[in-house]
Design a protein around this ligand. Structure first.
Ligand SMILES: NC(=O)c1ccc[n+]([C@@H]2O[C@H](COP(=O)([O-])OP(=O)(O)OC[C@H]3O[C@@H](n4cnc5c(N)ncnc54)[C@H](O)[C@@H]3O)[C@@H](O)[C@H]2O)c1
Length: 376
């Protein structure tokens, strides 16, 4: 059942030239992106911008690229072909729309937009403009995550009917200097997107969701001493029905975090066997599998993993896809579908109803190195 994959296997040919990248939003995650982009031959960082020009200047100096005072200036830079949107959640839609309107390819951090209609508008705009649109998370391209994908698509679990996923992300204000936007959008929008994207990448679109949320710890304080109240539930339990028949139990929390054994664990249970992933985001997570009624045993990964999170892997796949004239694995359609699930979860929580999800998308093929004969 492994999807056909047009990409070359282990030795990927060097592209004629790297795609030139401009980063918008030079905050917390921009450094890890810049370092990852520098390690991928398919892409080259050339410019950066931020609403705070001081940040853009410092970031650009650190990474040896041009700083632009505004997004408009970055979009007027003829060298920038792909905009990587690393702004805060609330700014994603406007920044991505402006970049697409300027005829640039866009890779955005998640969520693609906060509103489902806006997410679909972006997909249509990219199509009209003849440019590519992609959106994080691309962690389903991780080595451990692709191993799970290969096991599922290889058929050894039989039909998968139950998925358990946990996102116990704890109290953001203990480590992030600007936590308030994270609580405004909530735990499913900020981190629930990871297991939702992985499950739908491997098993296809969602059909409906029922969710309930609780505000357990309303009053919080930033590291700078600012007091605020959370704007969304800090514990959410959701049941997501996939069109293929599986039901996913998704628990997300901005209250429960470490200490916890595996804050981002996912398990896929089938008629014949089960597979467990210790983390939805670490590319070197452990994978275990076991037959029904048996015990979990370690499963070898499809290849030597990247240690941690390779933030630019989806950006590099996008650049390679453009050069090869194929569809990229991380698509705007998939991201818009995930935004639909998030919107449906919000409605389900406020109306106490099961909400159906109408959009769909084409699940991506595995990476070539995960779908070859050496597959576990
Ligand atoms: N921090 C992480 O570990 C992490 C991990 C994965 C994904 N993300 C995602 O990355 C995005 C950014 O997160 P972060 O932690 O880097 O946030 P951050 O607040 O540290 O940085 C965001 C930056 O965007 C800038 N910005 C805001 N609006 C802008 C606009 N309209 N135009 C240009 N710049 C603008 C801000 O000035 C700031 O420098 C979020 O969507 C988040 O979900 C973050």
């Amino acid at each position: 059942m492994t999807a056909p994959d047009p990409m070359p296997t282990t030795l990927e040919p060097t592209l004629p030239r790297p795609l030139r990248v401009g980063i918008v939003g030079c905050g917390n995650v921009a450094g890890p992106y810049a370092r990852s982009i520098a390690a991928h031959d398919e892409v080259m960082l050339v410019a950066a911008a931020d609403v705070d020009p001081v940040r853009a200047t410092a970031f650009a100096a650190e990474h040896g690229v041009r700083a632009h005072e505004t997004l408009e200036a970055l979009l007027a830079d003829p060298e920038v072909e792909l905009v990587v949107n690393l702004t805060v959640h609330h700014a994603h839609f406007a920044v991505t729309r402006q970049a697409l309107e300027a005829g640039r390819h866009v890779y955005s951090e998640k969520p693609m937009a906060l509103d489902a209609d806006e997410a679909h508008q972006l997909v249509e705009l990219a199509q009209r403009q003849g440019v590519r649109l992609a959106c994080a998370p691309s962690t389903f391209l991780g080595d451990a995550q692709q191993t799970v994908g290969a096991i599922i698509r290889g058929g050894e679990l039989g039909p998968v009917r139950a998925i358990y996923a946990d996102v116990n992300w704890g109290r953001i204000e203990t480590w992030h200097p600007a936590p308030i936007p994270f609580y405004e959008v909530g735990v499913l929008v900020d981190v629930g997107v990871y297991p939702l994207t992985i499950a739908t990448a491997f098993l296809g679109p969602a059909l409906a969701i029922e969710a309930r949320g609780w505000e357990l710890m309303l009053d919080r304080v930033t590291t700078g001493g600012e007091r605020y109240q959370i704007g969304s539930p800090d514990l959410i339990i959701a049941a997501v029905e996939l069109a293929g028949g599986a039901v996913m139990r998704l628990t997300g929390s901005f209250y429960v975090g470490r200490p916890i054994r595996q804050p981002g664990r996912m398990e896929f249970h089938g008629d014949l066997a089960s597979v467990a992933l210790s983390s939805f985001q670490d590319f070197d997570a452990t994978v275990e599998r076991g037959p029904v009624g048996g015990a979990f045993e370690p499963a070898p990964l499809v290849r030597e993993p990247y240690h941690g999170i390779d933030w630019g892997r989806g950006v590099a796949d996008l650049a390679r896809a453009i050069a090869e004239g194929r569809r990229q694995r991380v698509t705007g359609e998939h991201a818009a579908h995930v935004v639909d699930i998030l919107s449906a979860a919000r409605r389900s929580m406020s109306e106490a109803l099961r909400i159906e999800i109408e959009s769909t998308f084409e699940p991506p093929p595995l990476m070539a190195w995960a779908s070859g004969p050496e597959r576990p």
